[in-house]
Design a protein around this ligand. Structure first.
Ligand code: URA
Length: 205
């Protein structure tokens, strides 16, 4: 088992097994289940979120709860086919605090994200996407190993060491927390980022 946790896995199935056994950070010790990325092994586009939420933890699939449903609406609006993308998270387990019956989402810490980079890097090495879309600060840190300001880096590609491109945008949960004019403005920016990704993807593929 330890070998599976320390040697870079070379199949998605091996990563899936290994993340379920992973206790390298405190999040993996909570009462939760690892959620593996989902999508074609040779996807040109990899979409990265923060971590599974309550519904993802229960269903074992990424982006099926409220944030995922909003993401689906925006992807469809700009013409990105989610089923053709490999969808995953920077952190593989749901971090929460229990409040009565509810499990409330907690942001992963920098150390937790950096520990979990091992898995996202392993997924990326196998899928070899041409373009990675990181949604939110945790996803961006998961890809870059450092914190960036989304407003500063969004809208233009960041070159990754293997020749692929990283694009950064806001997390759909951020949109869910806004309303009124602020929500509309952020939805517009989100759509613009997704549309730029769709354009770039059609050039790269
Ligand atoms: N938010 C994320 O970042 N990822 C999910 O899978 C679900 C919600």
């Amino acid at each position: 088992f330890d070998d599976e946790l320390d040697d870079r896995p070379d199949t998605l199935e091996a990563i899936d097994r290994a993340i379920h056994a992973c206790r390298k950070c405190p999040i993996g010790q909570l009462d939760n289940h690892a959620v593996m990325g989902e999508g074609p092994r040779d996807a040109a586009l990899m979409i990265v979120g923060e971590q599974p939420g309550d519904q993802e933890d229960l269903s074992g699939r990424p982006f099926v709860g409220p944030a995922g449903q909003l993401l689906d609406v925006h992807l469809e609006k700009v013409g990105i086919d989610r089923r053709a993308a490999y969808v995953t998270n920077a952190v593989k387990h749901f971090k929460y605090v229990q409040r009565g019956k509810r499990r409330l989402h907690q942001n992963p810490g920098a150390k937790e994200i950096d520990t979990c980079r091992w898995w996202i890097e392993s997924e990326r090495a196998i899928v070899q996407p041409k373009l990675v879309l990181a949604m939110g600060a945790s996803a961006a840190r998961g890809m870059l190993g450092k914190t960036v300001s989304i407003s500063r880096v969004r809208g233009a590609p960041i070159a990754l060491e293997d020749g692929s491109e990283l694009w950064v945008t806001a997390h759909p949960s951020y949109l869910l927390r806004l309303d009124g004019a602020a929500r509309e403005e952020q939805a517009r920016l989100f759509d613009a980022d997704l549309a730029a990704v769709r354009e770039r993807l059609s050039e790269l593929t």
